[in-house]
Design a protein around this ligand. Structure first.
Ligand code: FCB
Length: 497
C-alpha cells in the first residue's frame, strides 16, 4: 500500500470524486425539453430572487422528492418483532454518539407515519425515498420473514400511492442485523448472499407496488466511516478489511439487482453512491500530470471509480487495485464471475452530493469553501454540476436521480411557531440551480430528493444536527414546516426555481 493511500486512509473525512467538468462541454445541448431557460440561466445559481423571466423551469414530471432512512426516523426499536441492528449496538455503546443519543425513538415515524404521509402530501412531494429496515423483516438476518415488519412498509407504500407520491425504497441504509455482524458482517462474503435472500422477501411482498428500488446506500460510507475511521457502526479501523467490505457490498448490490430481475416485475433498480468531485488543490488541470492532479486522480479512484466502475463498467479501477496491492484482502477476495454480478445492468444511478474535495500533491486534503455545521461539508454548488455531468460523460446516458442533497442548519423553533432556516433555502436554491444547469447541458436527471424530509438521528452526531425540511420538536414529536419547506412546496408547485 502506497504512502499516498496511507494518507488517504488516515485523512479525516470521507468524501470526494472527479475532475472538474469543463462547463457545457461534451454533453451536447439539452435534450430534455426544458422550458423558459434564457441564455445565461446557468449563471443564476448565485441569484437570490430570480425574476419571472429568468426562472429555471424543470422538465415536466420532474420527481420532486425528499429522503429519509429507517434507523434515522422510525424509532420503535423493539416493536412488532424487530431484531437488533448494528446501529442499536453502536448507539448504545457509551462514547460512540454525541450526547449518548440513540435511534430508539428518533422521530417516532413508525407510529406517526400516517401524519407524516399527510405532511408529504402538503409539501407536494412527487417522490419519497425511504429505507426498509432489514431487522424488521428478518430479525436475525436470515430465515422466514417477520410479517409485521412487512406490513408496516406495505401500509407506508399504500399511503404514498393514496396521496399520489411515488415510493422509492432503499433496501439497505446501514442497519445490518446484529446477528449477521456477529457472523462476520460485510467482511463475510456470505452476508452478500443473505442480503439477496432478504431482497427476495422484500420484492415478493412489495415488488408490485414500488416502482424504483435502490440497493445499498453509500457503500463508501460503510467502508470509510464503518471500517476505516470507526466512527460509524460497526466501529472498526482496519483498512485491509475495509476494501474487502467494499467488494462484498458491491457483490450484494449485484445480487439484489439479479433478484429483482428474477421476479419478472417491472420495478427499476440501481445503486445509491455518494460522489464527490476531487480537484487538485493547486488548481492545476485535473487531467494534467502535476503531482496534485495525480494525487486527486487516485483519490477519485477510491472515492468514486471504485464503486462506479465496478457497477457500471464491470471492472475495478486499475490504479486503486495497484495501490491496494495483490496481497490485500479485497484483491484476494475477488472471485471469477463477481464483476459480472456486480455490473448486472441497472435502470438508473442514484447520486448523493454533499461536498467537493481538494487534494494536495502530498495526498492530503484542503478546505476551500465555508463549511456547514457538518465540518466535513464544504458548500460548493458547482460540485453538483460537475459530478452530474461527469457521470453522464464517463458512464453514458444512464438515468440519474439525486437521492440526497442538503445541509444541517442551527434551527430554532421561535415563539411564534416558525423556523427560519434561510441558510437551507439558499443552499437548496443554489444546488438545484446547478442541477438544472446540468439538465440543460444534457444530463438525464429525473428527480431530486432533499436530505431530509424530517430532522432525524444523524448517526454519530445524534440529534445535534438538524437536516430536515420539517422541524421535529423531539420532546413532543410535534412537526413544524421550516421556511425551507414552505419554499420547497412553492418550487414544486411551480416546477421552477
Ligand atoms: C448521508 C447519509 C444520510 C445522512 C446524510 C447527512 O451520508 O446517507 O443517512 O446521514 O448523509
Amino acid at each position: 500500500m502506497s504512502i499516498l493511500t496511507r494518507r488517504h486512509l488516515l485523512r479525516h473525512a470521507a468524501l470526494s470524486a472527479t475532475a472538474a467538468t469543463p462547463a457545457g462541454a461534451v454533453l451536447g445541448t439539452a435534450a430534455t425539453g426544458l422550458g423558459g431557460c434564457e441564455p445565461g440561466d446557468a449563471e443564476d445559481h448565485t441569484a437570490t430572487a430570480p425574476s419571472a423571466a429568468t426562472r429555471l423551469h424543470f422538465p415536466p414530471d420532474f420527481g420532486w422528492g425528499a429522503a429519509t432512512s429507517a434507523y434515522q426516523i422510525e424509532g420503535a426499536a423493539k416493536e412488532d418483532g424487530r431484531g437488533e441492528s448494528i446501529w442499536d449496538t453502536f448507539s448504545h455503546t457509551p462514547g460512540r454518539i454525541r450526547n449518548g443519543d440513540t435511534g430508539d425513538v428518533a422521530a417516532d415515524h413508525y407510529h406517526r407515519y400516517a401524519d407524516d404521509l399527510d405532511l408529504m402530501r402538503d409539501l407536494g412531494l412527487r417522490s419519497y425515498r425511504f429505507s426498509i429496515s432489514w431487522p424488521r423483516i428478518q430479525p436475525d438476518g436470515t430465515g422466514a420473514a417477520n410479517q409485521r415488519g412487512l406490513d408496516f412498509y406495505r401500509r407506508l407504500v399504500d399511503g404514498l400511492h393514496e396521496r399520489g407520491i411515488a415510493p422509492m425504497a432503499t433496501l439497505f441504509h446501514w442497519d445490518l442485523p446484529q446477528a449477521l455482524q456477529d457472523a462476520g458482517g460485510w467482511e463475510s462474503r456470505d452476508v452478500a448472499y443473505r442480503f439477496a435472500d432478504y431482497a427476495d422477501i422484500v420484492f415478493a411482498a412489495l415488488g408490485e407496488r414500488v416502482p424504483v428500488w435502490l440497493t445499498i446506500n453509500e457503500p463508501k460510507t460503510v467502508v470509510q466511516n464503518g471500517y476505516l475511521f470507526g466512527h460509524h457502526a460497526p466501529g472498526h479501523r482496519d483498512p485491509d478489511a475495509a476494501y474487502l467490505v467494499a467488494h462484498h457490498l458491491q457483490l450484494a448490490h449485484g445480487l439484489a439487482v439479479r433478484a429483482l430481475r428474477a421476479t419478472g416485475g417491472t420495478g427499476r433498480i440501481g445503486p445509491a453512491f455518494n460522489l464527490h468531485p476531487c480537484y487538485p488543490a493547486d488548481d492545476s488541470p485535473v487531467d494534467g500530470s502535476s503531482p496534485a492532479a495525480e494525487a486527486a486522480r487516485l483519490y477519485d479512484g477510491y472515492e468514486n471509480r471504485l464503486y462506479l466502475d465496478s457497477a457500471l463498467k464491470g471492472s475495478y479501477p486499475a490504479d486503486v487495485l495497484a495501490d491496494l496491492g495483490p496481497d490485500s484482502r479485497m484483491v484476494r477476495g475477488i472471485r471469477d464471475g463477481d464483476l459480472e454480478i456486480i455490473s448486472s445492468p441497472v435502470d438508473l444511478l442514484a447520486v448523493q452530493y454533499y461536498t467537493p474535495i481538494y487534494v494536495t500533491s502530498a495526498g492530503g486534503t484542503e478546505r476551500r469553501w465555508p463549511t456547514s455545521e457538518a465540518e466535513w461539508q464544504q458548500i460548493y454548488p458547482d460540485g453538483m454540476y460537475d459530478i452530474l455531468t461527469r457521470v453522464t460523460r464517463d458512464y453514458g446516458p444512464i438515468p440519474l436521480t439525486v437521492t440526497e442533497n442538503g445541509l444541517p442548519t442551527p434551527d430554532v423553533l421561535a415563539a411564534d411557531g416558525t423556523v427560519d432556516d434561510a441558510g437551507r433555502v439558499s443552499f437548496l436554491r443554489d444546488h438545484l440551480a446547478a442541477a438544472h444547469r446540468a439538465v440543460t447541458d444534457g444530463v438525464p436527471l429525473e428527480s431530486f430528493h432533499v436530505w431530509s424530509l424530517l430532522d432525524n438521528f444523524e448517526w454519530a452526531e445524534g440529534y445535534d444536527q438538524r437536516w430536515g425540511l420539517i422541524y421535529v420538536d423531539y420532546p413532543t414529536q410535534r412537526r413544524v414546516f421550516k421556511r425551507s419547506a414552505h419554499w420547497y412546496r412553492q418550487v414544486i408547485a411551480d416546477n421552477a426555481l
